[in-house]
Write a protein that binds this ligand. Structure first.
Ligand code: 5GP
Ligand code: MN
Length: 350
């Protein structure tokens, strides 16, 4: 790991330990709410399972506590990906333009940087109090009360702890949201962050009666036929560069808006595309470059351990975790991958 990044992560961990004092103000921020106070929950743009699951699970907990004036939202296009269409708590969602302008309390989930809140970032200033729940070591340090634990496998780990401190009863709906979040960020309990504590949390969630097999099929193992054909097109143009990343190797591909159009698919279906790519045995690093506008691309980076891709992403104005990160790239796919190629060799884990 590069020195700068290991220092940054060490500092983040130390900060979380110092901030364990923040459980009390976070609990107080909720307990001091009057029944009609406006509460706004926000997660990151293009929400994934951890972002939506953490936010809606917490929202259902607040509802159980009697909070009435409650909204959940996210920036960008107001579209819930089809795999999440049956998630409990979706009725809390409102489009960003309908979100309380001056909330009494704002709670933010899985957001590594204010830029990931788009136009909703102003609520951090406008709200009387803001509470930030996250687990990114690269979190940039915004918000009044910060519960940012870089050792947590998912933001939902932080959420479960806060709900417990608020004496919320873990019911099956809350558990399903938190389970989807936990399973998403641990790659269905396969990644390094899958600690005994993660399995203990999963056990508490499953004990509420939720059905992991059915949930996994719905969230991870279900996609339209045309999405599969789209994956086939995009995977067939993948390129492998064994010399990249100081000889650890890289595999990369890209998907255009035209690819999406041709198969009549929504952009979120491409979120799952990194999974087959990162399985390539010969290389350490995998990259998927997804077009979001003519010269703008959402880039997903994964490493098996030889490269700190969060450092690569930070150098390119993004963020994430050591083995899973992302950023916004500009130009052509060839230009975007050139910037990645250049950064990879600077962030080898020693
Ligand atoms: P994914 O590749 O699944 O979209 O994202 C992997 C990780 O990188 C997630 O933790 C996500 O929050 C983070 N990430 C992805 N894109 C960006 C970005 O543009 N900026 C920041 N700060 N983090 C990102
Ligand atoms: Mn997360």
């Amino acid at each position: 790991m590069t020195d700068t990044v290991s220092r940054a992560i060490a500092a983040a961990v130390a900060e979380f330990e110092a901030e364990n004092d923040n459980w009390a103000p976070a609990v107080a921020a909720v307990e001091e709410l009057a029944p009609d106070d406006r509460v706004l929950l926000i997660c990151h743009v293009n929400p994934d399972g951890d972002a939506l699951g953490s936010m809606l699970g917490f929202g259902l907990g607040l509802r159980q506590l009697g909070v009435r004036n409650l909204q959940a939202t996210f920036p960008g296009e107001f579209e819930v990906p089809a795999p999440f269409a049956a998630m409990p708590g979706l009725d809390l969602l409102v489009p960003a333009h309908e979100a309380h302008a001056d909330p009494d309390l704002v709670v933010v989930f899985d957001v590594a940087a204010e830029s990931r809140m788009g136009a909703l970032a102003d609520r951090l200033e406008r709200a009387t109090t803001s509470v930030v729940l996250d687990h990114h070591a690269t979190n940039t340090g915004f918000g009044d009360v910060r519960l940012v634990n870089p050792r947590a496998a998912a933001t939902s780990v932080v959420v479960e702890e806060l709900l417990d401190q608020l004496d919320v009863e873990l019911d099956a709906d809350i558990a399903e949201c938190l389970y989807i979040a936990l399973a998403t960020d641990t790659g269905s309990f396969r990644f390094d962050m899958t600690t005994p504590q993660v399995h203990e949390m999963a056990a508490r969630l499953i004990e509420t009666g939720i059905r992991p097999g059915e949930i996994s099929r719905r969230i991870f193992d279900s996609r339209p036929f045309e999405a599969m054909k789209l994956f086939a097109d995009v995977l067939s143009r993948a390129e492998m560069e064994p010399e990249a990343a100081g000889g650890h190797g890289m595999v990369w591909t890209y998907a255009t808006l035209e690819d999406l159009d041709r198969h009549a698919q929504r952009p979120y279906v491409l979120d799952a595309l990194i999974d087959p790519v990162r399985c390539v045995a010969e290389v350490d690093v995998s990259v998927v470059i997804k077009q979001v506008a003519p010269t703008e691309w959402a880039v997903s980076l994964r490493s098996k351990g030889a490269v700190d891709v969060s450092a690569v992403a930070i150098a390119l104005h993004g963020g994430g975790h050591r083995l899973a990160a992302g950023f916004t790239g500009y130009g052509t796919p060839a230009e975007v991958i050139a910037t990645v190629r250049q950064e990879l060799s600077k962030h080898l884990v020693s």
